[in-house]
Design a protein around this ligand. Structure first.
Ligand SMILES: *Cc1c(COP(=O)(O)O)cnc(C)c1O
Length: 405
């Protein structure tokens, strides 16, 4: 029996009909959207502002900071890094409590984790990553390799167990990869890749920046050692909001991060001589937490938890399917190429198209109120953050792109 092809969606009305059926549609009203005509296809770079965050920041600044002053540290602020970490871990990362903490930036978290992982494999001198990994990930690893005299081994092509098998070996200390490619949205097979690295005796560090809040991740079940990610993309935590990191419970006793600060010390207020690591994931902290950033992360993560990561993933698939269908219908014959996987199960929540004039197209789209991302040399990324993107936004964005072409 032949399966019927998906009905082509050739009108804006049919996109509007998908919005009418969308169970997550009401979540868009939980965000501040002052310009309803803006087609924002960039929630994967900077997520929108939750209304709850506006109120929370008002409360935290006026009451907790303004009135309660330093007393607020004991009235909840000090627990925020672990509390928000557990919320993220349990509701979207498949991580049991006590393994995720919110701190620093993704860049700094990657440095701390990679450094701790390398220290745990002192007899090995190679690090694996991929040539298309996000720049900061590559640079952090380059820096560590330069400091320690390690060799970087580069995966070329799609990240997964097949590609890893070419470069991993008995000298590999650490494998550091992105779960969802920031360029193409390709999803790496986390479980099989992690298993292969473990078979070679290496530790694995996953970057979850384009996964967290967009699709369910199963860190505990996949046997992942270390992970980190941003909170200002699909988590809508706010510009520069602190990142999160994950350290698998069984590694917490052995792994030591490199920035020993008082917040990561046992009995920090004892102010004693000599550094003694705090127990658990708290030892990953270094200095005073960014409270204003943390409460934004908490509000953003609460929205994702309330909507449910499985429902978010299901809508993300429908949004990217629509984008791919429209790409086939109107962009493919105009000199564009699809850079993202065709198969929905292998694709995160953005769709990337390739065109020699991508930079100019991106600027012209922005001038017409369609915000996308240009990624050099020739990629345009359409980020379809499921809590705030409507099906008609996908339609409108691609329609303007068609007109420009
Ligand atoms: C956005 C992003 C980062 C950003 O790191 P910062 O320290 O927040 O600047 C890192 N890695 C990946 C894969 C990203 O997509």
């Amino acid at each position: 029996m032949k399966t019927a092809p998906r009905a082509p969606l050739m009108s804006r009305e049919s996109a509007a009909a998908l919005d009418a059926e969308d169970r997550l549609a009401p979540f868009r009203n939980r965000f501040l959207i002052p310009d309803p005509h803006l087609v924002y296809l960039d929630g994967n770079s900077l997520g929108r502002l939750p209304r709850a965050t506006v109120e929370r920041l008002e409360h935290v600044t006026r009451h907790e900071w303004g009135e309660r002053l330093i007393r607020s540290w004991d009235e909840g602020w000090l627990e925020l890094p672990e509390e928000v970490g557990d919320l993220i871990g349990q509701s979207m990362l498949g991580a049991a409590p006590g393994q995720v903490i919110v701190a620093d930036s993704t860049t700094v978290c990657l440095y701390k984790l990679a450094s701790a992982g390398l220290d745990a494999r002192p007899d090995r001198n190679e690090v694996v990553t991929d040539v298309d990994n996000f720049p900061t990930d590559r640079y952090v690893l380059e820096g560590l390799a330069a400091q320690r005299g390690l060799t970087l081994r580069w995966i070329e092509g799609e990240v997964g167990p097949g590609a890893l098998a070419q470069v991993v070996g008995p000298r590999t200390a650490l494998v550091a990869l992105s779960h969802v490619s920031y360029r193409t949205a390709a999803i790496a097979d986390m479980e099989a890749t992690t298993r292969l690295a473990h078979d070679a005796g290496a530790l694995v560090l996953w970057d979850l920046c384009h996964s967290v809040g967009a699709l369910p991740v199963e860190l505990d079940a996949a046997g992942v050692d270390l992970a980190a990610g941003c909170t200002y993309k699909y988590l809508n935590g706010g510009p520069g909001a602190p990142a999160f990191l994950y350290v698998r419970a069984e590694h917490q006793k052995a792994l030591r991060q490199p920035i020993w600060g008082w917040l990561g010390r046992e009995d920090m207020f004892g102010m004693a001589f000599g550094y003694q690591r705090a127990g658990g994931v708290r030892s990953m902290l270094s200095g005073t937490p960014n409270v204003l950033g943390l409460v934004g992360v908490q509000e953003g993560a609460r929205l994702v938890a309330e909507a449910g990561i499985d429902a978010i993933r299901a809508k993300g698939i429908l949004l990217t399917e629509l984008a791919v269908d429209l790409f086939d219908a109107v962009l493919a014959q105009r000199g564009m190429e699809l850079a993202s996987p065709r198969e929905a199960a292998r694709r995160g929540a953005h769709v990337t198209v390739r065109h020699p004039d991508a930079a100019r197209l991106c600027r012209e789209l922005a001038a017409q109120g369609v915000i996308t991302d240009f990624r050099p040399p020739d990629l345009i990324r359409l980020g379809l953050s499921p809590l705030t993107t409507r099906f008609v936004d996908v339609w409108d964005g691609i329609e303007r792109l068609r007109e420009l072409l």
